[in-house]
Design a protein. Structure first.
Length: 194
């Protein structure tokens, strides 16, 4: 009784985003209508319209919320020295951001054509390229550039590939992160065998 309720608007927006993402994942983005979203929420279409005018508005708002930590990570990384410690910290923080964004990543995996056609597709591509730039050295040989790209794709793929394998999700996340760190470490300090 002593807890203060959250503002209504924030709760409703969040519920709309959660339900929309569920429906997009279940039946695909194209096949989901605003009417179906409002019915599952048990609100009028007008109430839904108050918050979002289109399905793309809903998707972009979900993406922006989950993208904020990554945008902040890129901004932080751009102010840091290009040490191995910085690169490992970027991977660690990105791993945490991916866990938070797991429902959105599942949606993107299952609706790749839609994502490519929407504005968020370009934003995601740009974000990944910015992260690669932060973890690779500017004059890195091609093999080391490939290692840095592969480190990020390992983190993305790990979210999907390992979900069907038995085991603790946190242990799987740590294993994926360890492989990504090994790749970036090798690229950072390739040693005598290039």
């Amino acid at each position: 009784m002593g807890s203060t309720p959250q503002p209504r608007r924030g709760n409703t927006r969040q519920r709309i985003q959660d339900v929309a993402l569920e429906l997009f994942a279940e039946q695909g983005y194209e096949k989901t209508s605003l009417r179906e979203i409002s019915e599952r929420l048990d609100v009028t279409k007008a109430a839904l319209y108050y918050h979002f005018k289109t399905k793309e508005d809903i998707l972009v708002s979900i993406f922006e919320g989950l993208n904020r930590p990554v945008a902040e990570l890129i901004a932080w990384g751009e102010t840091q020295p290009r040490t191995l410690e910085t690169k490992v910290e970027i991977l660690r923080r990105y791993s945490d951001a991916l866990v938070a964004a797991a429902p959105l990543f599942r949606f993107m995996q299952e609706n790749q054509a839609t994502v490519r056609d929407l504005s968020i597709g370009q934003t995601i591509k740009g974000r990944v390229l910015s992260l690669v730039d932060l973890i690779k050295d500017p004059d890195a040989p091609l093999t080391d550039q490939v290692r840095c790209f592969t480190a990020l794709f390992t983190m993305h793929a790990g979210m999907f590939a390992l979900k069907d394998i038995d085991g603790d999700p946190e242990e799987k996340r740590k294993a994926v992160l360890e492989v990504a760190v090994e790749l970036v470490t090798r690229a950072h300090d390739p040693g005598p065998h290039q």
